[in-house]
Design a protein around this ligand. Structure first.
Ligand SMILES: Cc1cc2nc3c(=O)[nH]c(=O)nc-3n(C[C@H](O)[C@H](O)[C@H](O)COP(=O)(O)OP(=O)(O)OC[C@H]3O[C@@H](n4cnc5c(N)ncnc54)[C@H](O)[C@@H]3O)c2cc1C
Length: 473
């Protein structure tokens, strides 16, 4: 296998020494490590096609990976399988400024794309997740991830306007307008088969190029911070702000998360007297001072309306004031961001139950999740965001842990299981679903959907070589 791969990509791009394989055997989360047999680095689509053909011939499982920071074990190989490292396929193929889309390869990171747009003075932008700057934009679109433009435009899979995918026999397919036109403007009007690859965790194909929509970069941008003192006050304000349609983003972090960002190792689970409950960051953009001022006034009025209901909510603070209060909160001044308190805390472990669900049930989910986290001995680290105009939202319970401590890993597994049961019972759906969670949910998912997925998987991957072990396959 090694020689055959070397013939495709060159010997230097095939790794089999244990120290070279080590970074690919795990990710941040509590999933058990899995050793790949080999790692192969591709630089172009034709190489990916040839590698997949070879894997099909030899019936070798193949798992694509970029930064491996999905926090669910989704880029861990099957035992004996091969990891296809796509970090070197990092071309920004084109940016169509007039029609507001970019064509990118899998290895293009959040930092790369931002740099490209700024350096070329292109007045367009995209959404940033809170993931490290080196994570793949394409992978997060395939996984339906969330960003600071998701309130306005939805999860990132909704921004995809065309895919180029290598199928399990090595053949290539293009979806969207791209199938006919030289412009990848949208997924209409042919039957849209992009859904065969979005949300499938690489079990149906390997995407080598993606066209996706960019959005206007407004001359005026403001991020304002609002401290709130109850879950109900927080989300009543969030729901009302969604209906003003004036905010680009309304991210929310529980106060223990903010305290951890400020360097407190084990924040007290209940707010000490006088401490806030949540920390909202509200993004406003505008084309003129008058527009910005209207948006700020509407924000202030909406918060005042919620105060009249008896809720305590502070006046919005700008970044400069926040930095004076505590420079550590400056991580939120500019995206993308490296949230060191999550990724570099010494123990190495990061995990979560991240869900999409109805905004109307957030207070309920937060009360139940806080009780579970505190009972298991974890600070209630909670991340929230309304999505797509407020039609749904993100509710994510996050835990950090020591990967070298077997007892703590067991504790984290129990925590996640209980959180999964709770959120599912309340109607939230876990995204980027890890294999263990899929197994737990399987009995409750509509059997018609499961049967259709099964048939689709068999059609697209009859040999079962595409990222086995994910989504129950
Ligand atoms: C601190 C932190 C904060 C985070 N915050 C957010 C957040 O705010 N929002 C959010 O959405 N996510 C967040 N994430 C999650 C994570 O960064 C994303 O899931 C990201 O998309 C993963 O990108 P990656 O490059 O690490 O992909 P990987 O982990 O390498 O891959 C992810 C999945 O995509 C598959 N894949 C990779 N390339 C391809 C391809 N070319 N074709 C088909 N399948 C492919 C892999 O096999 C795997 O199943 C966060 C992660 C961390 C560590």
């Amino acid at each position: 296998m090694k020689a055959a791969l070397a013939a495709i990509v060159g010997a230097d791009n095939v790794l089999d020494a244990a120290p070279d394989l080590a970074p690919y055997r795990e990710d941040y989360c509590e999933a058990d490590p899995v050793d790949p047999s080999l790692v192969v680095l591709a630089t172009k689509t034709e190489e990916v096609q040839a590698i997949v053909r070879l894997c099909a011939e030899r019936q070798t499982p193949i798992t694509p990976r970029v930064a491996g920071s999905n926090v669910g074990g989704l880029a861990l190989p099957a035992p004996g399988g091969l990891v296809l490292d796509l970090t070197r396929m990092n071309r920004i193929v084109s940016v169509d400024e007039a029609d507001m889309y970019a064509v990118i390869e899998p290895g293009v990171t959040q930092a790369d794309l931002k740099r490209h747009l700024v350096e070329h003075d292109i007045p367009l932008t995209f959404g940033f997740s809170l993931a490290p700057p080196d994570t793949s934009v394409l992978a997060n679109c395939l996984l339906g991830g969330l960003t600071n433009r998701s309130l306005k435009y939805g999860d990132q899979s909704q921004w995809v306007s065309g895919l180029e995918v290598v199928l399990s026999d090595g053949s290539l397919v293009r979806t969207g307008s791209w199938a006919l036109s030289d412009s990848a403007f949208g997924l209409v009007p042919f039957p849209d088969v992009s859904g065969l690859f979005l949300g499938w965790q690489a079990t149906t194909g390997i995407t080598t190029r993606m066209a996706f929509q960019l959005w206007p970069r407004h001359p005026l941008n403001k991020r304002l911070f609002v401290l709130t003192y109850s879950a109900h006050g927080t989300f009543e304000a969030v729901r009302r702000l969604c209906r003003t349609e004036l905010c680009d983003d309304i991210g929310g972090l529980s106060w223990p998360s903010a305290k951890m960002m400020m360097g407190v190792k084990h924040p007290y689970p209940e707010p000490a007297s006088g401490e806030p409950t949540f920390f909202l960051y509200v993004d406003l953009t505008a084309g003129s001072e008058a527009e910005m001022s209207l948006k700020e006034r509407t924000l202030e009025q909406t918060l005042a309306d919620v105060r009249h209901l008896g809720e305590r909510i502070e006046e919005p603070l700008d970044v400069a004031t926040l930095l004076r209060v505590n420079p550590a909160l400056g991580a939120f001044a500019e995206f993308p961001v490296e949230l060191e308190f999550l990724t570099n805390h010494g123990g190495g472990g990061l995990t979560w139950i991240g869900t999409y669900g109805p905004l109307s049930r957030f207070e309920d989910g937060i009360a139940a999740g806080t009780e579970i986290m505190v009972r298991h001995g974890f600070p209630p680290l909670i991340v929230t965001r309304p999505m797509r105009g407020g039609h749904y939202g993100v509710l994510r319970f996050v835990a950090i842990f020591d990967k070298k401590d077997a007892a703590e890993i067991e504790r984290v597994k129990k925590l996640n299981l209980e959180l999964l049961e709770m959120v599912t019972a309340k109607g939230f759906v876990m995204y980027k679903t890890p294999p263990w969670a899929w197994e737990k949910l399987r009995g409750r998912i509509d059997p018609g959907l499961l049967a259709l997925m099964e048939r689709t998987k068999r059609m697209l991957d009859p040999l079962g070589i595409m990222n086995p072990g994910k989504l129950g396959y």
